[in-house]
Ligand binder design. Structure first.
Ligand code: IMP
Ligand code: MG
Length: 195
């Protein structure tokens, strides 16, 4: 039985596993609206294609899109560098590519949930550049600058956070906690039980 199904049957509250809230819902939503305004100003009168990186960016993308007031398209890519836990495997895999979207000459905005080591984006950026977009900019909700191993030029950052493993608002631990409306730090007992 997976951890998920144990939680369903035991009526466990996800909030009980959170040690503390790092960014509350109101603060998150306020910043997402600000980012939407910045993006709308930057790309006003221009073509815009948002590429959201699954699965972690999905809640952020949905709220951000509603805060962007200019016309834009959306596509998804999925990458994986984590094997369900907290430690990066170091290898970045493309699990899902864009759906027939031609990037040539487009203004592409890559939407990430969090930049940690920088390995995912440093792998993805050259791959997308080979498709000759007019430009490729990076927007991340969260940034952990202390964890960076590979340099990545980031254009917009929602919040810089300390070196702590966070969940909620799309970010998971073992595929759970994505539905929490805030960014929180897990109690160490949660990952000690499962790792
Ligand atoms: P990077 O390749 O090390 O920069 O890692 C990027 C990916 O790792 C993110 O898109 C997340 O999916 C995942 N990740 C990194 N830190 C965290 C965290 O604190 N919580 C949940 N996922 C994380
Ligand atoms: Mg991600």
């Amino acid at each position: 039985m997976s951890k998920g199904s144990v939680y369903i049957w035991s009526n466990h509250s996800l909030h009980d596993d959170i040690d503390h809230i790092l960014i509350d819902e109101v603060t998150l939503q306020r910043r997402v609206r600000e980012l939407g305004q910045l993006i709308s100003l930057e790309y006003a009168g221009k073509d815009l294609l948002c590429v959201s990186i699954l699965k972690g960016s999905v809640l952020f993308t949905a709220d951000l899109m509603r805060a962007i007031t200019i016309p834009h398209e959306l596509d998804f890519m999925a990458t994986s560098s984590y094997s369900g836990g907290m430690a990066s495997t170091g290898t970045v895999k493309i699990l899902q590519d864009l759906k027939n979207t031609n990037l040539e000459g487009r203004n592409v905005l890559l939407i990430e949930d969090i930049i940690d080591s920088g390995k995912t984006l440093s792998h993805l950026i050259p791959l997308l550049q080979e498709r000759h977009p007019a430009n490729l900019r990076i927007l991340t909700l969260l940034d952990k600058p202390q964890r960076r191993e590979v340099y990545v030029k980031v254009d917009w950052i929602g919040f810089s956070i300390p070196d702590e493993f966070v969940v909620g608002y799309g970010l998971d631990y073992a595929e759970l906690y994505r539905n929490l409306p805030y960014i929180g730090v897990l109690k160490p007992s949660v990952y000690c039980e499962t790792e």
